[in-house]
Unconditional design. Structure first.
Length: 610
């Protein structure tokens, strides 16, 4: 707990002076509050001897002044602490986002998005509340209690001993509370993250859930999770309530006992009325902070949990980084010869008995060549493609571009050299223009960018965007206009083209297009991409046939390389894969025709009924 809080201090350091000022104000406020009973003692005793109106007015004015000063100090505390604490919140949030952005794809394979979401939002807010309030108040309460105890002892030793003895069990109870509450706090915050993941997934997959009538089941799962969270929250609240009960009861009990004894002492004349009054005023004042300790303690536990969850992500090691001394790469002079040398790759979560997804692949793609990558589904084509821009790092062997190991290049250089159009065309909630020019050279002038946009859209056969309500300025993506699968794919392709890479990696970019459009796009690609090294995952023979050469990926190895005709002649496996894909394509076409006919007959049937 202390180590975690110590780590937080590193983040808080830059704002420490304002926090000190906040703490100082809070302490002054408590001291002023503690002073009031002391003044009270003097006043009560003085009034016994000099009960004039002037004396009463003076006494009242002094107490009022002290009260006002206390209020001013409380206001100052907030002013000093709140703004810098939001600064800490912002810094932590930005660092978290930076970290998550920076982490490789393999990190995101393993982390639920809801977990990251709840960490970046609710955990960090909790930490902010601690910095702004909890941290200062815990210190102040502790100081108030210590000073108050000192004042109590000074005013009457016997009464104080009785008071402390009766309040002693608080320590033991606090220790036990900490143990239970930490566990519950962690569980509740984790469940919160899981719940967020579930919501995110069902919102993303709402169509599937609806179409398959799985809405009720999803709701049931969600209800179950929400119920589990509720149970934990109730357990948490119960633990807190029980703890608070003791924190409220014990000091009151102690106060009662000492009041009883105090009255007795005063009656006997061992204490005067002023002392008794000030004793109880002080004792009442320290009861407030003692009771507050309960709440602050709970807050401290929640904060430590939040910090642990935060640091869990921050401490994840990024293995895909730029080297210390990167080999300089000239983007302008790059040729784009890509070589795979005995490349191995396995996913971290792959079970031991399965062999590597990429299991010793060797391949050379010549400068400016278009190479098609063919293989059965699940053979590792997408995996292989993503290794070139180092979205995943090889687990054996190496990949070079123009003879330089990609791990020796600066990551930014490597990613400027390469561009990818992924299988699932992800678009952002933004204009068509921003989406397409995402990877485009930023030093270009506005006109050049406009021309590039046009060229990319034209090449990817995405001129349909001009028919959208606001042309290239139309907002698309999650919050905007919905596009069809084929339209999205063509925009993703345009985005890869607009990046003007030396090495272009296309993962089945034309799969959603009809054969005619696909042929047109492939032709245009060849024209525009003349000189760009292109590796294209392809399923259709028409795309494959247009490539300069084809590589067959099978069982993690590049089994054969050559032109389509050569491979058709020499490789039985290649013929088999191609025949299979043809078969699939034909089945798709048959299904299309069949559905067309079915629809037609259904319509006719309806017409007949009418
Ligand atoms: N993130 C991941 N974590 C673990 N295993 C994965 C991951 N992504 C893919 N795999 C596994 O790796 C293998 C290769 O997957 P990959 O997506 O590269 O195949 P593919 O050749 O692109 O298939 P397709 O033609 O269907 O797109 C598959 O067996 C798959 O289950
Ligand atoms: Mg794939």
């Amino acid at each position: 707990m202390l180590a975690t809080m110590g780590r937080l201090w590193q983040t808080v350091r830059p704002i420490r002076f304002r926090l000190y000022l906040g703490l100082l104000s809070a302490l002054t406020a408590s001291i002023l509050a503690l002073l009031i009973p002391q003044v009270l003692e003097v006043i009560v005793n003085r009034l016994n001897t000099d009960p004039t109106a002037a004396a009463v007015w003076t006494a009242g004015a002094v107490v009022l002044a002290l009260g006002l000063a206390e209020a001013a100090m409380i206001w100052l505390r907030r002013t000093f602490a709140v703004s810098p604490s939001t600064q800490v919140e912002r810094t932590m949030r930005t660092d978290f986002y930076k970290k998550v952005q920076h982490m490789p794809v393999s990190f995101h394979d393993g982390w639920g998005s809801g977990q990251l979401l709840s960490r970046v939002i609710s955990d960090i807010s909790m930490i902010r509340r601690w910095v702004a309030f909890g941290m200062i108040m815990l210190t102040t309460s502790t100081v108030t209690i210590i000073v108050g105890m000192f004042l109590l002892i000074r005013s009457n030793l016997i009464l104080s001993l009785i008071f402390f003895l009766a309040a002693l069990p608080v320590g033991i109870i606090a220790f036990r509370f900490n143990r239970t509450y930490s566990v519950l706090s962690r569980r509740s915050q984790d469940l919160n993250g899981d719940l967020a993941t579930t919501i995110e997934q069902s919102v993303q997959g709402i169509r599937v859930l609806k179409a398959f009538g799985r809405g009720p089941t999803a709701l049931e799962d969600f209800t179950h999770q929400a119920e589990e969270l509720r149970t934990t929250e109730v357990q948490k609240a119960t633990a807190m309530a029980r703890f608070n009960m003791f924190m409220f009861m014990l000091p009151q009990f102690a106060l009662g006992v000492s009041l009883f004894v105090g009255l007795h002492l005063t009656a006997r004349g061992d204490m005067n009325v002023g002392q008794l009054a000030s004793y109880f005023a002080t004792a009442t004042l320290i009861i407030g902070p003692v009771q507050m300790l309960g709440m602050l303690f709970g807050q401290a536990v929640n904060t430590v949990t939040a910090l642990d969850r935060h640091y869990e992500v921050m401490d994840e090691v990024n293995t895909i980084t730029s080297p210390e001394k990167p080999v300089p790469v000239s983007i302008a002079d790059a040729k784009g010869v890509v070589r795979l040398e005995d490349v191995h790759f396995r996913y971290v979560d792959a079970p031991d008995h399965v062999s590597d997804v990429i299991d010793g692949a060797d391949l050379e793609i010549r400068a400016g060549e278009t190479m098609a990558l063919v293989g059965v589904t699940g053979s590792g084509k997408s995996t292989l493609l993503q290794m070139v821009p180092r979205l995943y790092d090889v687990t054996g062997g190496r990949i070079t571009i123009d003879g330089v190991d990609i791990r020796d290049m600066d990551l930014m250089d490597l990613r400027r050299l390469t561009a990818v159009a992924f299988e699932d065309a992800t678009l952002f909630s933004d204009s068509v223009r921003t989406n397409v020019l995402l990877g485009a050279d930023e030093s270009l002038s506005d006109e050049e960018r406009e021309a590039l946009l046009e060229l990319a859209l034209e090449t990817a056969d995405a001129s349909f965007v001009h028919d959208l309500p606001e042309g290239v300025d139309t907002r698309i993506g999650e919050e905007g206009m919905s596009l069809s699968g084929g339209q999205r794919q063509r925009l993703a392709l345009a985005r890869a083209i607009a990046a003007k890479p030396t090495v272009l990696l296309l993962d089945d970019p034309l799969s959603a297009l009809d054969t005619k459009t696909e042929e047109r796009v492939t032709e245009r690609l060849r024209e525009v991409l003349d000189g760009t090294t292109t590796l294209i995952v392809a399923h259709r023979t028409s795309t494959v046939a247009l490539a300069d050469r084809v590589a067959l990926l099978d069982h993690g190895k590049v089994e054969a390389v050559g032109t389509h005709e050569e491979l058709m002649r020499t490789s039985a496996r290649y013929r088999w894969v191609i025949a299979n894909q043809e078969e699939e394509a034909r089945r798709d076409r048959d299904i299309e025709t069949l559905t067309g006919e079915l629809n037609l007959s259904a319509l006719q049937g309806q017409a007949g009924q009418r």
